[in-house]
Ligand binder design. Structure first.
Ligand code: NAP
Length: 264
């Protein structure tokens, strides 16, 4: 099924000055059952012929900017968000995620094969402490070993237990975005999907390592004490992005922003 065009009323929301032919809008419809997986894969395709990591970040937020409800993102999700979440994983070579998110959200392995590969993308967890539960679903409920990106300063006993649980442990000199992405590149994992959390996203932003943000705006006012989708060091410059995609599924907006290409 082709995606139908967006109603006029949403064009105002979608900032017409940012319009270009990469925007594939979705008309308001009865729900995610109408979303076409092939069209979504086309909409979210990574650039062809990558020779270095392309970092796509995916988040869901309430309209008032909350990154979680009761400590997890589950309360913000919708069927449309879940569908896009799945498609983004299908397109990725690796899912990069901070340990705080793994611990809060009870991560397990991705299920569906990456397109062009016959295995799902591994989950690559960034943790300086190696404080991950080897009995958790990240290790017990996965088709491929998770990658643990960590430091030599992590307790050796914890590293040993993660290796025994089947993890592919990479001990790096530092966990800066450059070092993390260099390790993924060394493994040929260029289509990077970062699923957060806010600390890792903040570090990637400060390092100007974010190529793209996929943001689901959930039709909720969450208030509470939840943080934003990114936090990091003060003083790093704000990074301009350009709107390249708007999907709408009922009251949910699924936005896609890309880095503004540097002027040659
Ligand atoms: N709404 C959404 O889409 C969404 C998505 C993801 C997460 N969340 C929410 O965000 C919350 C977790 O936030 P968080 O900020 O703690 O999570 P996070 O960014 O996933 O994890 C932070 C942890 O990552 C590790 N880390 C190591 N090197 C790092 C580096 N260079 N930069 C950043 N982190 C590094 C550290 O783990 P060690 O302490 O092990 O060293 C650090 O404590 C949860 O409530 C989760 O539900 C929401």
């Amino acid at each position: 099924m082709r995606l139908p065009f967006l109603t006029t009323s949403l064009w105002a929301v979608a900032a017409p000055t940012c319009w270009d032919d990469r925007v594939i809008p979705l008309a308001p419809g009865p729900g995610t059952g109408d979303l076409d997986a092939a069209a979504l894969r086309e909409h979210y395709a990574y650039p062809e012929g990558l020779s270095a990591p392309w970092v796509r970040v995916n988040f869901v937020s309430s309209i008032d900017g909350a990154v979680s409800v009761d400590g997890t993102s589950g309360g913000l999700g919708s069927d449309a968000d879940k569908q896009v979440f799945g498609v983004l994983r299908e397109l990725a070579d690796v899912v990069l995620v901070g340990a705080g998110t793994v611990r809060a959200e009870g991560y397990r392995g991705a299920r569906k094969d990456t397109r062009g590969r016959d295995t799902p993308p591994p989950i690559a967890v960034v943790t300086g402490s190696a404080d991950l539960d080897p009995g958790s679903r990240l290790f017990t409920d996965t088709r491929v070993p998770p990658i643990v990106l960590t430091l030599g300063s992590a307790p050796q006993g914890k590293l040993d237990r993660l290796v025994a649980a089947g993890a592919d442990v990479a001990v790096l000199d530092t966990l800066t975005p450059d070092a993390l992405l260099a390790e993924l590149a060394r493994r040929g994992l260029y289509r990077v999907l970062c699923e957060g959390g806010p600390s890792l996203f903040g570090a990637l932003t400060a390092a100007d390592a974010v190529d793209e943000l996929c943001l689901t705006v959930a039709p909720l006012l969450a208030a509470g004490t939840a943080g934003r989708i990114a936090h990091g060091p003060e003083g790093s410059p704000a990074r301009p992005l350009t709107l390249v995609g708007v999907l709408r599924a009922e009251d949910t907006l699924l936005l896609r922003y890309r880095r503004v290409a540097p002027i040659e």
